[in-house]
Design a protein around this ligand. Structure first.
Ligand code: CA
Ligand code: CA
Ligand code: CA
Ligand code: CA
Length: 401
């Protein structure tokens, strides 16, 4: 009898504990569904009025951060509940995740960034792509290259004459000055000036535009990258370098890339540093994806690889300009892509000639890519392969007729 009573009491206690655990879990889930996160709301094609878009979001308690015109969308803050309600509205096509996008640099070994040295050096990587010989033909003067990145050091004496403007898409600053260092490093590989100091870039007279979409930690929102691409289109950029990526494939990202491609902009993107599959946007067919090689022309173990790789370029121990008017050695596919972007800028200042596939007299993105690939130095297995694409970029060969 005593035993039976004990069993009944135990059952009640266990039931009570379970019930309270379930309700705690339920409350937590409820709370989560009220937390707002960054989302990209995409409107249907016929919904174009900005006031209507804004009021649609706000009517359902969302917060609009900014319009994203090239994808007919808006960056917003929404809770899962609000997202569901919005998805049921007639005017809404889709809601994408506003994912995090990051620089593709390897964690650097501890080193002090170096002050400006009085004697200019030509880094090994610039020699390796045969850039100096290209400068007899063109140094890329007035080709417009947008570095979509962490910004560019606006006071760097090795970049200052080539830095012509820019834009900040990040929330906390309207300045495109570089508070991370990565964008300045990329910019120096493209167009550090041929003067008496520091280093020299692969296209030493190209015009640089700093499009700041990533923060001081080197990461940011996809929506800011999309706004940066929009800026590049609106401001007639000819080449975009994106040493950044995400492992997530988001429709809005590819749509923005497709818009830039249709606008005639050559887009060069770092393949990724995972040692595995190529990141986005590098994996999209509209861009030139670049893997990273070392000074023995061997792919870095950590470089992403796969059928999407188009070209290879130096990306191990690359010395270039850095924030605070200094210099630093960094590695990553982040460092490889700008060699190709600079080579594309040089090509654009030459005649299109026999590469003018559509006979319109100007360089189109696929025509520039074709020439870069034809003139590359084959590495690894014969012909195209998943590690080096069509091979190591050869800047001199790429600007020869
Ligand atoms: Ca210099
Ligand atoms: Ca490609
Ligand atoms: Ca053409
Ligand atoms: Ca090969």
């Amino acid at each position: 009898m005593k035993h039976k009573l004990f069993t009944i009491i135990s059952v009640f206690i266990i039931f009570g504990i379970t019930l309270s655990l379930v309700s705690v879990a339920f409350a937590a889930k409820n709370q989560n569904s009220d937390i707002k996160t960054r989302k990209i709301v995409i409107f249907k094609k016929n919904v174009l009025n900005k006031d209507i878009k804004k009021s649609l979001i706000e009517r359902h308690s969302g917060i609009k951060i900014k319009d994203l015109d090239i994808v007919n969308g808006a960056a917003t803050l929404l809770s899962p509940k609000e997202e569901q309600i919005l998805l049921n509205q007639n005017e809404i096509l889709r809601v994408d995740d506003d994912v995090e996008v990051s620089i593709l640099v390897r964690p650097p070994e501890i080193q002090k960034s170096r002050k400006i040295q009085p004697n200019e050096i030509t880094p090994w990587n610039i020699t390796r792509i045969n850039a100096q010989n290209a400068w007899d033909i063109t140094s890329g003067d007035i080709a417009r290259v947008a570095v979509i990145d962490t910004g560019i050091d606006i006071k760097h004496p090795d970049l200052i004459n080539n830095l012509k403007g820019g834009f900040s898409a990040v929330g906390y600053t309207t300045s495109y000055n570089d508070d991370n260092g990565h964008g300045t490093h990329v910019a120096g590989i493209i167009a550090a000036m041929d003067n008496t100091i520091g280093v020299i870039g692969a296209a030493p007279q190209a015009d640089l535009y700093a499009v700041k979409v990533l923060d001081r930690r080197g990461s940011g929102y996809l929506s800011d990258v999309i706004e940066g691409i929009d800026w590049a289109i609106t401001n007639n950029m000819q080449v975009i370098n994106m040493s950044l990526g995400t492992t997530t494939n988001i429709i809005s990202f590819q749509e923005a890339i497709q818009r830039a491609n249709a606008a005639g902009i050559i887009q060069v993107v770092a393949a990724g540093n995972s040692g595995g599959a190529v990141n986005y946007p590098a994996a999209y067919p509209e861009v030139i994806a670049v893997s990273a090689t070392d000074n023995t022309n061997t792919i870095a173990s950590w470089s992403s690889r796969g059928p999407e790789v188009d070209l290879a370029a130096p990306g191990v121990s690359i010395y270039s300009t850095y924030k605070g008017q200094t210099y630093k050695t960094l590695s990553g596919t982040s460092m490889a892509a700008p060699h190709v972007a600079a080579s594309a800028a040089l090509i654009l200042t030459t005649l299109v000639g026999s590469y003018d596939g559509n006979n319109d007299g100007i360089w189109n993105p696929n025509e520039v890519q074709n020439k870069l690939q034809d003139r590359a130095t084959d590495l690894g297995d014969n012909g195209f392969d998943n590690l080096y694409g069509f091979g190591l970029v050869n800047t001199h060969s790429a600007v020869l007729p």
